[in-house]
Design a protein around this ligand. Structure first.
Ligand SMILES: [Mg+2]
Length: 472
């Protein structure tokens, strides 16, 4: 099946338990279908031209996707689509990392893959030579995330369910078997995970019904990009409240006087009852984070996001202690379940912001959701990027229906860019995410968008380069 020899056997210490495939929610009639091709695309959108997505650390992002399609020879033409998010240059490096995983995938039987996505997750993270590039962090790990998410997209499509429902309907023992407990078993044992999932099943049908009727609460970052004028910020903040959002987010961290002025304008625009989160995108040292957050405290910020390096567990703990009652949030650059474990063990965060495509995909996010549930920390996923809203809604909705059982103090980030490029885009109604109903992970991009924004030879980029040449 593959010329690559995974090192699972070599890593026998703390070996993850063999998952059960019995009770798989993806069980479908057995066929002999296989993965026949792994197609990759470097897709970039020119968002930097409007300063959409700009913050103190990333002044000119071009929202990009290193995109992967798992093609099969299944009769119904089923494909798995996945991607990881980057912000422009380097997306080609990310695509190359996905391509390095191809030998693990081509030839794999579709049915066994869908019955146990954890098997491919373990094989990919266990490739000894590629593991050297991490382990379980950075470009290689994000590539694994893209592929693993594509496998789950395929599994959900074959089960004819949206991913959140596939996860919520799954047997707890099967789901618990999808998690790699290596390096986190001191904080979360397989037995504890199983108990949390079994508890989560109680009342799940009623919550699923409520979710379908009312959706899941969202908050919007769209007013608060750092490159926007005060006038645009005020207008968009008012609009957010009119649209039903109960929380907005502002980028901070470049200049304190600007931040004071912008926070004052935002607070005046939304009134005292709408939450304002602030986000420094890792701009500060620990002491600076404390001083700066205190200087903005009069505007009643709900959380300070990414105050410092995502690797600095104890730094976050110190900041949290010093800036309370302002909450501390991080996660979009937290590289794996092990750092999340430490953030929780150290009491370093009030809000956990998992990202669908930063870590190793759905399997690792199951571990992170379970850790958050065990420690009682609310999960408010990161979704600023292309396609991240589409993905994370499934994880939060599963968490509500069949794990934590609550949406209290939980919100999914929403940014109103680039949804038109997806065949099953998110729908926001009165500030809430409507439940996705199409089978899959909502990951699939429109063919015409791929053809236009493929870099550098898609129709948009080719015309752009020709225009620049003409001007020069
Ligand atoms: Mg952020």
């Amino acid at each position: 099946m593959t010329s690559v020899t995974p090192v699972k056997e070599a890593l026998s210490v703390n070996q993850a338990p063999v998952p059960e495939t019995a009770g798989s929610p993806t069980a479908v009639p057995t066929g002999s279908w296989r993965i026949t091709a792994v197609d990759t695309y470097d897709i970039r959108f020119p968002t930097s031209r409007e300063l959409d997505g700009s913050d103190a650390m990333n002044p000119d992002p071009d929202y990009s996707a290193a995109y992967v399609v798992l093609r099969t020879d299944a009769e119904d033409g089923a494909e798995g689509h996945g991607f990881t998010f980057t912000i422009g240059r380097g997306n080609d490096v990310q695509v190359a990392a996905i391509e390095a995983l191809r030998p693990h995938l081509v030839g794999r039987p579709v049915d066994t893959l869908c019955a146990d996505p954890g098997s491919v997750s373990r094989d990919l993270t266990g490739d000894s030579q590629l593991r050297w590039l991490g382990p379980e962090k950075g470009v290689m790990h994000m590539a694994i995330g893209a592929v693993v998410n594509a496998v789950w997209d395929l599994a959900a499509k074959r089960a004819r369910k949206p991913l959140w429902q596939l996860l919520a309907d799954a047997e707890p023992a099967w789901l618990a078997g999808q998690v790699d407990y290596r390096y986190i078993a001191d904080a979360l044992s397989p037995a504890e995970a199983l108990a949390l999932l079994e508890r989560g099943r109680e009342g799940a049908p009623q919550r699923a019904e409520l979710l379908r009727a009312t959706g899941y609460p969202g908050y919007t970052t769209s007013p608060g990009w750092l490159g926007y004028s005060d006038e645009k910020l005020t207008r968009l903040a008012r609009q957010a409240v009119a649209d039903g959002f109960r929380q907005i987010k502002l980028k901070v961290g470049a200049d304190l006087n600007d931040d004071i002025r912008r926070c004052r304008a935002a607070r005046a625009a939304v009134g005292p009852d709408v939450r304002i989160a602030i986000d420094a995108n890792q701009r500060w040292n620990v002491d600076e984070a404390i001083e700066w957050t205190r200087a903005l405290a009069e505007f009643d910020p709900y959380w300070i996001e990414e105050p410092t390096s995502p690797d600095d567990v104890l730094g976050h703990a110190a900041i949290r202690k010093a800036v309370t009652p302002v909450k501390v949030a991080t996660g979009e650059h937290v590289q794996n379940r092990i750092i999340f474990k430490q953030l929780l063990q150290a009491g370093a965060i009030d809000v956990l912001q998992l990202d669908a495509a930063r870590v190793g995909g759905v399997n690792e996010n199951l571990a992170i959701l379970l850790l958050a549930a065990k420690y009682g920390v609310p999960v408010c996923p990161h979704a600023g990027g292309v396609g991240l809203c589409e993905l994370v809604q499934h994880l939060s909705m599963f968490d509500y229906v069949a794990l934590s059982g609550t949406t209290e103090d939980r919100v999914i980030e929403y940014v109103d860019h680039l949804h038109q490029h997806f065949i099953d885009p998110v729908r926001i109604e009165q500030g809430r995410y409507a439940v996705p109903t199409a089978p899959g992970f909502s990951a699939q991009m429109r063919r015409e968008s791929i053809d236009a924004y493929r870099y550098p030879d898609g129709t948009f980029w080719a015309a752009d380069a020709a225009g620049k040449e003409a001007k020069a």
